[in-house]
Design a protein around this ligand. Structure first.
Ligand SMILES: *[C@@H]1O[C@H](CO)[C@@H](O)[C@H](O)[C@H]1NC(C)=O
Ligand SMILES: *[C@@H]1O[C@H](CO)[C@@H](O)[C@H](O)[C@H]1NC(C)=O
Ligand SMILES: *[C@@H]1O[C@H](CO)[C@@H](O)[C@H](O)[C@H]1NC(C)=O
Ligand SMILES: *[C@@H]1O[C@H](CO)[C@@H](O)[C@H](O)[C@H]1NC(C)=O
Ligand SMILES: *[C@@H]1O[C@H](CO)[C@@H](O)[C@H](O)[C@H]1NC(C)=O
Ligand SMILES: *[C@@H]1O[C@H](CO)[C@@H](O)[C@H](O)[C@H]1NC(C)=O
Ligand SMILES: *[C@@H]1O[C@H](CO)[C@@H](O)[C@H](O)[C@H]1NC(C)=O
Length: 610
């Protein structure tokens, strides 16, 4: 419907239906109480409503909007002051105190439960999510809202902060910070270009204060100290006054905006107290709100629409922030410049799009494109070029804008992709790093060397096959004719005595070919022996040192120093096999021969028989 016609209708109905005037309306639990100069002029009962928690005035459509709360459901109602018709606008399940404010420019209600801000358009032409559009999720419990229709901002208040955002939830910013005992109530005034709020700074006393600051949170002042109250809430502003509800001094109080030294008590309400409710709304007309205010084109346009005859210039003047304005029966409409949207082209598509300092622009298809700062990549510059770049190490962005890795110990390569230990130790050896970052191998049995590259069998057995035993040590299996731990001994080695020549027989046993004058298996017997040494006699002659040296069938041979050495049978031991192993044998017969050798094979011998 054409707004001018609505207004005409309203004026007509006001004349007919309403004989009462009002400056402020105070919500009770189930009623709306209208006051004029501090006197109750009208009470509207709202029987279907459980408990009103907030109320606000839509000065364009001459209606009140209020919220209801019954512990499981929140609802937003409208009360048309002309027809006295009450209508439900939104209902949803929530267990938090709701609050509603109205913006005549976007023709939308903005409302909150505890931690979320929603909007719902009341323009019959626009489609809505029935549950509202979620705009902002608060960090802390939100107590109150206020809307700045000129600037296009929604403000909210918590104990920790006062914040604002664009009416689409973007450009969120903190205005007042610093945690206080509580902050309850919030109001906005175009005429003084200020935000007002109530707060209790400390828990220690019963004083609250009315605070004021510019829209941007600057130039903050304390306007008035409310003494002896637990809570000061339901803050509202009109042309001349600031209103609030006092918890202890029951009732509504007013403070002149231009003389903040004295407050006056107005009225005792019938409502039960609810310190997080805002139950006062004022009859503050749009003309009054923007009187003398230069920069409020949005509200100006609303008034012009009603009061002039549709002149495009006046309605459209400064209406669209980033676009062309045209006028239809519904009022001004914006056709936004590329990259902007919103009813008044107030939403910049590039806003907050590119992250980490990236610069946003629109391409030929009107798509947002980011030019990222060094170190970032991705459609929205949301990906650090360091992301998953270094496989085993820390990443940093170099002066050239490229990622640089600082590798963990044991890794190398541009992306720390090379493991120093990889394939380093051979034959199953286990690699580790020393404190100096040197690679060390712990080899499996049978291998040795810095990288376990050397078999312990390598060149170990001189004449035979090598294998690794259970202890990991090399073990030789010698070829025939060799012996010794490393098969280093030839069976012929030093076998034949007195110059005899050794060779292996068919059974691979050593056999001697003796020089003249010697015989015996190992050429140990001299043919020129002196028999005088035989039967216990002493004498002189040339004999083998082995001659009769080993007793009891011991086998004699000469060592490297040509000294006789005995290999005894199992039953005897001793240097000459003269001692019986079997101690039980009584009185073995022993022939003791003492041979003294001189150079040239001359010997002296002496033998005794025991
Ligand atoms: C609302 O305030 C305006 C301006 O002060 C006044 O003209 C109008 O009569 C008031 N409305 C009612 C219903 O009292
Ligand atoms: C709250 O209100 C809703 C909607 O009016 C109703 O369905 C529900 O039963 C009410 N709950 C309580 C606890 O009163
Ligand atoms: C700051 O506040 C003081 C006191 O309310 C006022 O006189 C002054 O004009 C304000 N300054 C600005 C820049 O708003
Ligand atoms: C305050 O405003 C009222 C109403 O506009 C006016 O009558 C009064 O003279 C003003 N007082 C001061 C101190 O400016
Ligand atoms: C309305 O505008 C038309 C043309 O734009 C003009 O002729 C007419 O005089 C205006 N009417 C009033 C009441 O200003
Ligand atoms: C990687 O960064 C961590 C934390 O700053 C540091 O403790 C560590 O020493 C760094 N490692 C390398 C290889 O630079
Ligand atoms: C050594 O190994 C070879 C090859 O396996 C084998 O033919 C030979 O009999 C082995 N020799 C000994 C002494 O074990």
């Amino acid at each position: 419907m054409h707004c001018a016609r609505v207004l005409a209708l309203i004026v007509l109905l006001v004349g007919l239906v309403h004989s009462f005037s009002w400056d402020i309306v105070v919500a009770g639990n189930k009623q709306l109480e209208f006051l004029h100069h501090g006197t109750l002029t009208h009470t509207e009962l709202t029987p279907s409503v459980n408990r009103i928690t907030s109320v606000t005035y839509d000065a364009v459509h001459y209606r009140l909007l209020f919220t209801d709360y019954n512990s499981s459901t929140v609802s937003i109602y409208s009360y048309d002051l002309s027809t006295r018709n009450i209508q439900v606008l939104v209902t949803r399940t929530s267990d938090s105190i709701p609050r509603v404010v109205y913006d005549p420019v976007t023709q939308a209600v903005y409302w909150k439960d505890g931690y979320r801000l929603y909007s719902s358009s009341l323009n019959p032409a626009s489609s809505n999510k029935p549950d509202g559009n979620l705009l902002v999720t608060f960090d802390d419990y939100c107590r109150d809202l206020a809307v700045d229709s000129c600037g296009g901002y929604i403000y909210w208040i918590t104990d920790e902060e006062i914040e604002r955002a664009r009416l689409d939830g973007s450009e969120r910013e903190v205005l007042i910070t610093g945690t206080v005992y509580y902050r309850l109530s919030l109001a906005i005034d175009q005429q003084t270009q200020a935000i007002y709020w109530t707060q209790k700074t400390h828990s220690g006393d019963d004083h609250c204060s009315i605070e004021k600051a510019n829209f941007n949170g600057k130039n903050r002042t304390t306007l008035y100290i409310v003494r002896n109250t637990r809570y000061a809430f339901s803050l509202a502003v009109s042309k001349d006054f600031i209103y609030w509800q006092n918890y202890k001094e029951e009732g509504i109080w007013q403070l002149p905006k231009n003389k903040t030294s004295t407050a006056t008590k107005l009225h005792s309400t019938s409502s039960s107290y609810c310190e997080t409710c805002n139950r006062v709304a004022t009859n503050y007309t749009i003309e009054e709100q923007i009187e003398g205010v230069k920069s409020c084109h949005a509200l100006q346009a609303l008034i012009s629409r009603e009061s002039n005859n549709g002149s495009t210039v006046s309605i459209c003047q400064n209406y669209c922030f980033q676009g062309e304005c045209s006028v239809s029966a519904e009022g001004p409409t914006c056709s936004c410049k590329t990259g902007y949207s919103g009813e008044r082209c107030e939403v910049n598509a590039c806003h907050d799009y590119c992250l980490h300092g990236g610069v946003c622009s629109l391409n030929e298809e009107n798509k947002r494109v980011c030019q990222c700062t060094a170190g970032y990549d991705g459609e929205r510059c949301d990906v650090s070029i360091c992301y998953e770049y270094c496989l085993q190490g820390n990443c940093s962005v170099g002066a050239d804008g490229l990622p640089k890795c600082s590798c963990e110990a044991g890794y190398s390569g541009e992306r720390c992709e090379v493991n120093a230990c990889h394939d380093y130790c051979l034959h199953g050896g286990v690699c580790s790093l020393t404190e100096e970052n040197k690679r060390v191998c712990q080899c499996t049995a049978g291998y040795d060397g810095e990288r376990c590259d050397v078999s312990i069998c390598n060149e170990y057995c001189l004449q035979g096959n090598c294998s690794v035993d259970a202890d990991g040590l090399p073990k030789c299996s010698c070829t025939t004719g060799y012996s010794g731990v490393r098969c280093e001994e030839n069976a012929c080695h030093k076998y034949c005595l007195n110059g005899g020549i050794c060779s292996l027989n068919k059974e691979d046993e050593p056999a001697c070919q003796c020089t003249a004058g010697y015989n015996g298996g190992r050429c140990e017997i001299s043919a020129n022996k002196d028999s005088s040494c035989d039967a216990g006699n002493s004498g002189q002659g040339t004999i083998s040192a082995c001659h009769q040296f080993c007793l009891n069938n011991g086998v004699c041979s000469l060592n490297e120093a040509s000294e006789p050495v005995c290999q005894c049978t199992a039953d005897y031991e001793g240097e000459r096999c003269e001692v019986s192993v079997n101690k039980d044998l009584c009185c073995p017969k022993v022939t003791t021969v003492t041979v003294t050798l001189s150079q040239g094979g001359q010997s002296t011998c002496a033998s005794t028989v025991v």
